[in-house]
Design a protein around this ligand. Structure first.
Ligand code: AN0
Ligand code: CP
Length: 317
């Protein structure tokens, strides 16, 4: 594998999950594979889980790891070609990327959507430039439109906990005080549909996601109805995708917060969220602390999804 930005890059999902579970059983079985190999992780945005789990995954494979926080200590980077660089940006991405590539074997990139320019966000400009100019295999650590390492970890978690072959998985929008990207919900739906689950997306009107990601899922504007019979409830906030409202908050309706009454509508569902989560906005204390909450095992599986991806990239070097 020399690129990991969406579900199609991982190939057969059953095989990928089987490999991930094998890695989970013995995460130190391949400590020679990454010997004298270097992973460079580049963060344009904050992170707790991705930073730690991906670094741990690489260390499990015997790699050396370097982490660069672009906004803390690096030169401010220009991303637009043709700009007269007389402002505060000291370096262009077009030099920075090949330079960074020269110091490592594999690159992970975190670069969120700006939520200002939809066309630019959905062209995955920053990630694509890394793929094009670094000369290295590149994987997404959440880019503008997707978070595939998260969705892979979510898939592993569901496979570990499902009680029926084809569970009903419900992605529900929930309120949040800040505008958030569509990356996590986009990837989640894409992966869950690809896994062959019964997938429903529920959100207030106006929060429709890009159809390229939701094809194969049911859309239901009635949250209570959507939750009926759910085996897994995945809550997440996102901002509007529609052209005129792109990146905007259209609702802060707290009746969409996942609480115990809503969980009672389900088929004794598990609760999931990628974290970080705002309690009592997205989900009540009671639900996130309940035995049905999978948020911690889900985060723990980030180490496993990352290790599977990095292992495949090392094998292809
Ligand atoms: C980010 C998001 O919604 O994309 C990262 C989630 C993994 N969340 C926040 O910025 C709170
Ligand atoms: N879920 C996730 O990617 O968390 P971080 O933003 O903390 O990395």
């Amino acid at each position: 594998m020399n690129k990991f930005t969406n579900v199609s890059d991982i190939g057969d999902l059953r095989q990928a999950v089987a490999e991930a579970l094998e890695i989970k059983r013995n995460r130190f079985a391949h400590t020679e594979l990454g010997r004298n190999r270097t992973l460079l992780m580049i963060f344009f945005n904050s992170s707790l889980r991705t930073r730690l789990s991906t670094q741990k995954a690489a260390m499990n494979l015997g790699m050396n790891v370097m982490v660069l926080d672009v906004n803390q200590g690096a030169w401010k980077l220009e991303t637009e070609r043709g700009v007269v660089m007389d402002g505060d940006k000291a370096e262009h991405l077009l030099e920075a990327i090949p330079v960074m590539g020269s110091y490592c074997d594999i690159i992970g990139v975190r670069s969120f959507a700006s939520l200002k320019d939809k066309a630019e966000d959905y062209s995955e400009k920053v990630l694509e430039q890394f793929i094009r100019y670094s000369g290295r295999p590149v994987f997404s650590m959440e880019a503008a439109t997707g978070h595939p390492l998260q969705s892979f970890a979510d898939l592993i978690t569901i496979e570990e906990h499902k009680r029926t072959e084809r569970p009903k998985v419900v992605l529900t929008w929930a309120p949040h005080p800040k505008a958030l990207p569509q990356a996590v919900p986009n990837s989640f739906v894409e992966w869950m549909v690809a896994a062959g689950y019964d997938v429903t997306v529920t959100h207030p009107k106006g929060y429709e996601l890009d159809e390229r990601f939701t094809r194969g899922a049911k859309i239901d504007y009635d949250q209570n109805h959507a939750l009926e019979g759910a085996d897994f409830v995945y809550a997440k906030n996102w901002s509007a995708f529609a052209d005129l409202d792109y990146g905007r908050i259209l609702s802060t309706d707290r009746s969409w917060t996942i609480d115990s009454a809503k969980m009672k509508l389900t088929n004794d569902a598990f609760f999931m969220h990628c974290l970080p989560v705002r309690r009592n906005m997205i989900v009540t204390d009671e639900v996130i602390e309940s035995p049905s909450s999978l948020v911690i095992p889900e985060a723990a599986n980030r180490e496993i999804s990352a290790q599977t991806v990095i292992k495949r990239m090392l094998e292809a070097l």
